[in-house]
Design a binder for this molecule. Structure first.
Ligand code: SF4
Length: 275
C-alpha cells in the first residue's frame, strides 16, 4: 500500500476508504473512513495477535558465569526482535512434523562469549542466515573477566496472542476528531489549553489548524465552557501503526487483512456445514 487512497466496495451499502496520512520508518498513520469501532478494533487485534513473526522459543543454558540468573538471560534473549523470511516457515502446530520440530517450523542458534565483553544480539549464531536481529546492538548481558556464557536454543514462528514477544508492533486508533468552534463567543482559551497545538489564534477566536493532532482530551471544551465542542467520529478513524521491526507496516496490514479473509471463509464454510 503506497501513500494515497484505496476504496473498497464489497457489497451494497459498504464502502471503506483508506488514506495514508503519514508514513515514516517508525510509524504509519491511516485514515479509515466508512467503518465502525468494531471493524477498526478487529484489524488492530489481527495485526497484534495473529500475524506471524519469529522469536526465540526456548534456550538451554550450558554455561552461565554472568551476574544474571539463567531466567533473566532467557528473558532477555526471548525479547530479541528478529527479522526473517516468514514464507519459508509454518507454525509448529500446522507443520507436517506434528510439532516435533523440523526445518519448516524452527531453526536453531547458539551464543558463546567469554568476558570481559558485552554480549549483544548480533553475537547469536543463527542457523538460518536469513534470520537476523533487527537491532544488532541489543545488549543481553555484560561479562566481566573470567566470566563466560554458553547458550543454545530454538527460534520458531508464532503469534502475539500466544506470547507478546511475537507481536509485531503497537497499533491504536481513535475516532477522527470533529471539532466545532462557536462563531460568536471568545474561544481563545482553547489555543493555550490544547496540548497538541490543534488551534491557531485569530483575534479572540481559536481556529482549527491541525485537526489530526487532536487526541480527544477535551481540555479545550473545558477551557471554553463548551464554546468549543469535540467528539470522535463513529465512522471515520485514525489508526496509528508503530512497527517494532520484524515486519514492515504494510506487511502487518496485509497480513491482518489476509487472516481476516481466511477467518471469514472458515466461518462461511462452518455455516454451510451447519445447515
Ligand atoms: S480535545 Fe484536546 S487535543 Fe483535541 S483540540 Fe481539544 S484540547 Fe486539543
Amino acid at each position: 500500500m503506497g501513500a494515497g487512497k484505496l476504496i473498497l466496495e464489497e457489497e451494497e451499502g459498504f464502502k471503506m476508504e483508506i488514506k495514508v496520512v503519514e508514513k515514516n520508518k517508525e510509524k504509519m498513520t491511516l485514515l479509515l473512513k466508512g467503518i465502525n469501532a468494531a471493524y477498526a478494533n478487529t484489524i488492530r487485534r489481527l495485526m497484534l495477535d495473529e500475524v506471524l513473526t519469529m522469536a526465540v522459543k526456548s534456550i538451554t543454558v550450558n554455561k552461565n558465569g554472568s551476574a544474571l540468573y539463567d531466567e533473566m538471560i532467557a528473558h532477555r534473549i526471548g525479547l530479541v526482535i528478529l527479522k526473517s523470511d516468514l514464507e519459508s516457515y509454518d507454525l509448529q502446530e500446522d507443520c507436517k512434523c506434528n510439532g516435533k520440530g523440523c526445518s519448516k517450523c524452527q531453526t536453531g542458534f547458539s551464543l558463546k562469549s567469554n568476558g570481559p565483553c558485552n554480549v549483544y544480539a548480533e553475537d547469536m549464531k543463527i542457523d538460518d542466515q536469513k534470520i537476523k536481529p533487527v537491532y544488532p546492538r541489543t545488549l543481553i548481558v555484560k561479562l566481566a573477566k573470567g566470566q563466560a556464557l554458553e547458550v543454545d536454543g530454538i527460534i520458531t514462528p508464532g503469534k502475539g496472542k500466544v506470547h507478546a514477544k511475537h507481536s509485531p508492533g503497537v497499533v491504536y486508533y481513535r475516532g477522527y476528531p470533529i471539532i466545532k468552534v462557536s462563531a460568536s463567543e471568545d474561544t481563545s482559551a482553547a489555543v493555550g489549553a490544547c496540548p497538541t497545538h490543534v488551534f491557531k489564534l485569530s483575534g479572540k477566536k481559536a481556529v482549527v489548524a491541525e485537526p489530526m493532532k487532536c487526541i480527544l482530551c477535551m481540555a479545550c471544551v473545558e477551557a471554553t465552557n463548551g464554546n468549543v465542542n469535540v467528539e470522535g467520529s463513529e465512522t471515520d478513524f485514525l489508526m496509528f501503526i508503530e512497527a517494532f521491526g520484524q515486519l514492515k507496516h504494510k506487511e502487518m496490514i496485509e497480513g491482518a487483512i489476509s487472516i481476516m479473509n481466511e477467518k471469514l471463509d472458515d466461518f462461511g464454510k462452518a455455516l454451510k456445514a451447519a445447515k
